[in-house]
Ligand binder design. Structure first.
Ligand SMILES: C[S@@+](CC[C@H](N)C(=O)[O-])C[C@H]1O[C@@H](n2cnc3c(N)ncnc32)[C@H](O)[C@@H]1O
Length: 311
């Protein structure tokens, strides 16, 4: 039986950074195993928590945990890019804090049946939302060589993408690639020894790219983050925890869009239409896990926390 345990990453830093009050309205866009939501609910005794997840298992599990703390919460089986629209339909017009702790939870990653991990054998699946029908198997066995190459290059940031895409297409001509370890075998067979001997698992980047494609994670991040920022009340804060350079770059650039002054050309007459800035960065540099956290939870190693505030 896979474990339900997920150790929340940068939890104290993120929750302190959200500046919660007893009556805050908060959205947890990535409920997971409810670790962060539980802490939030303990603080906002007179407020309300709205939380969503793609994964029905996560909602069921977290609901049982949260109900022991309070009843001032609502859960949604929804991609986080849509939660704001759902809340608007319910008459909520803004919130005081939003948390995004993106990616997969440990119970998802460590369950071989979910097919997320290159370390355990399982069907090529990688769906966070089990009610959807599009899986990693479909990508690996139906995308053209060019589509695979572009995907692994763009979302896996892997320069070996052409070699890997070619090897996938060649192998599936013999028979479909069914499992995670079949795919790992194809990837290893495609790469020269100097790449195989590098630090890090050779299939890591391809698995990341497939996971992003199956769950639309990059679009989710781009859309969900902007909608979240725009849904904050005055003095409201949004905190996001990312787990690799691609995700962190997207978060950093979106924060920049909202906090950078427009260039003023001093040779032109003063433009009174320039709006004052509506947001400010709380973290100029991202916050990273302490050495104690890294020691206690090695999975936190690539995490970065960024926080923005509506002025
Ligand atoms: C890292 S875990 C969150 C862990 C959580 N903060 C905790 O303390 O237990 C990420 C969760 O977000 C969910 N998720 C990821 N992307 C999502 C999306 N676009 N929409 C909804 N849920 C998403 C995953 O299913 C997973 O349960």
């Amino acid at each position: 039986m896979p474990s339900n345990k997920h150790v929340s990453v940068l939890q104290n830093e993120a929750i302190d950074g959200l500046n919660l009050k007893i009556d805050s309205k908060v959205i947890d866009m990535t409920l997971g195993r409810g670790g962060d939501s539980s802490k939030i609910l303990e603080i906002i005794k007179e407020g309300h928590l709205y939380a969503c997840d793609y994964d029905q298992d996560a909602l069921d599990y977290s609901s049982s945990i949260l109900s022991k703390i309070g009843n001032n919460y609502s859960l949604y089986h929804s991609p986080y890019s849509k939660i704001i629209d759902l809340l608007k339909e319910e008459g909520v017009d803004k919130v005081d804090a939003i948390l995004l702790d993106i990616g997969v939870s440990s119970p998802q990653f460590d369950n071989p049946e979910r097919g997320f991990s290159y370390r355990f054998d399982g069907k090529l699946d990688m769906r966070m939302d089990l009610s959807s029908s599009f899986t990693a198997y479909d990508i690996v066995n139906t995308y053209s060589e060019k589509e695979l190459r572009d995907l692994i290059f763009k979302y896996g940031e892997d320069r070996s993408a052409p070699l890997i895409a070619k090897a996938i297409v060649k192998r599936r001509e013999e028979k479909p690639i069914e499992t995670t370890l079949d795919l790992v075998d194809v990837i290893k067979s495609a790469l020269p020894s100097f790449i195989l001997n590098k630090k890090g698992h050779p299939a890591k980047q391809t698995f990341q790219a497939l996971r992003y494609e199956v769950n639309g994670e990059i679009k989710e991040l781009e859309i969900g983050l902007k909608k979240g920022i725009e849904f904050l009340s005055s003095k409201g804060r949004l905190a996001i925890i990312t787990f690799n350079s691609l995700e962190d770059r997207i978060a950093k650039n979106i924060f920049k869009e909202y906090t950078q002054k427009e260039e003023v050309n001093k040779f032109l007459p003063i433009d009174n239409s320039l709006k004052p800035l509506e947001y400010r960065l709380i973290t100029r540099k991202p916050i990273e896990p302490s050495s104690k956290e890294l020691e206690d939870n090695p999975r936190s190693h690539s995490a970065k926390l960024r926080i923005i505030e509506r002025i």
